[in-house]
Ligand binder design. Structure first.
Ligand SMILES: *[C@@H]1O[C@H](CO)[C@@H](O)[C@H](O)[C@H]1NC(C)=O
Ligand SMILES: *[C@@H]1O[C@H](CO)[C@@H](O)[C@H](O)[C@H]1NC(C)=O
Length: 377
């Protein structure tokens, strides 16, 4: 009991450290070189003490991480550390993940305070994808597009998105048109997007009108939702037309997905799949897991993801697993049992062969499931 609480405290402090690290780096980089006689502000003792504690904590946590199970270096913690906690410290967005990438973090925190930030959104993305999130705050001004238009669409399916509202520096394409020409399936071609979630072509489809009907006949209601791996936000866009508010988690991997979601008047949450969802327990009516959630996610991480999804869903809420794919044998032996552990009601459970080259080669299948969380536990 005492140990668990102690460790929880360690984790909490480590999380706080992510933000404090910003300050740490500032004190290290900007105040250090010119040891001028009149330092602007002496760092208060309290803060130094806090930094000291946090550094010690991060070191301790790192040591725990490096020797899982073997011997417990801290002589004070006699009983072994719960394996779950160690595992979580590998996966979770706590300071230890930043600590593992000091060169990236240092680069990210090297900037001139009170001026324009470096154009390093790639670096931020890289850190986040490595589990270093939340990122430390910075005291610089993030860059903005040079000639943005202020005539933004209300309709989440506008005929085009204004390219002038995106900073294209880090992309080879310099417009949404270019992205569409490159690959019309990336989700930026809104005329193509407008037909998504609307028709039933195979049993893997769950058209939104049908979803709404299912929910209605169960005497339930959808008002708030979360789309995990939401791409350019088309699911949220479609749900908006049904007066349902859906926020989408999305990363800017190789294209400005977050900007596209926002330009459609929808909410992009910039969080990676391994992060604890920034929502409180039991607050959403629906979670959709899109095709980003697939067999390439390590199983333990997937398990944490599903538990976190379960946490944010209200009792009676719906989980829609949309075209998840894996090897057929893994679905039977691994994923179906994992999903089964949650005790959800199977409203829809459809499996079909994945018939593209990779799918045939690996004996893969798709699963589309609509599951309802028990009303109470
Ligand atoms: C959404 O809300 C508006 C305004 O209350 C209403 O006119 C419209 O019919 C609603 N749409 C749906 C699909 O319920
Ligand atoms: C799916 O693939 C399996 C194994 O390759 C095969 O036995 C089965 O007949 C296929 N099902 C359909 C509906 O094509």
């Amino acid at each position: 009991m005492g140990l668990t609480m102690g460790l929880n405290l360690v984790l909490l402090v480590a999380m706080v450290a992510t933000n404090i690290l910003a300050l740490y780096h500032l004190t290290a980089s900007s105040f250090q070189p010119p040891t001028s006689p009149k330092a602007p502000h002496p760092v208060p003792d309290v803060l130094l003490h806090q930094l000291h504690t946090i550094r010690a904590t991060v070191n301790k946590l790192t040591r725990l991480q490096q020797s899982p199970g073997s011997d417990t270096p801290a002589s004070t913690t006699k009983p072994t550390v719960p394996s779950d906690l160690l595992l979580y410290s590998h996966l979770a967005p706590i300071a230890s993940a930043c600590h593992n990438h000091p060169e990236l973090l240092h680069k990210y925190m090297s900037y001139i305070p009170f001026s324009l930030c470096p154009s390093d959104s790639d670096l931020a993305e890289t850190l986040i994808l490595r589990g270093c999130h939340p990122l430390p705050r910075r005291r610089c001004f993030s860059r903005t597009p040079q000639k943005p238009t202020s005539s933004l669409p209300h309709n989440p399916f506008p005929s085009s998105l204004p390219s002038s509202n995106v900073i294209w520096d880090k992309y080879s394409c310099k417009s949404f048109d270019c992205l569409n020409r490159l690959n019309p399936n990336m989700g930026f071609d809104l005329s193509q997007e407008s037909s998504k979630f609307m028709s039933y072509k195979t049993e893997l489809d769950l058209p939104i009108p049908q979803l709404m009907q299912i929910v209605k006949s169960a005497k339930s209601v959808l008002r708030l939702g979360l789309d995990v791996g939401g791409g350019t936000g088309t699911f949220a866009a479609r749900m908006k037309l049904h007066n349902v508010t859906v926020v989408s988690t999305t990363m800017n991997v190789a294209a400005p997905y977050s900007e596209a979601v926002a330009l459609r008047g929808l909410v992009p949450l910039h969080v990676p799949l391994q992060q604890r969802l920034p929502l409180f327990d039991g607050v959403v009516d629906l979670v959709r897991c899109g095709r980003a959630i697939n067999r390439w996610i390590p199983l333990t991480m997937m398990e944490f993801l599903f538990y976190d999804v379960d946490r944010v869903l209200r009792g009676g809420g719906y989980l829609w697993i949309d075209q998840f794919f894996s090897k057929r044998v893994d679905l039977e032996k691994v994923y179906a049992p994992l999903i089964g552990k949650f005790g959800y009601k199977k409203v829809k459970w459809a499996i079909a062969n994945k018939t593209d080259a990779a799918g045939l080669k690996n004996g893969e299948v798709y699963l589309t499931a609509l599951l309802q969380k028990p009303l109470s536990r």
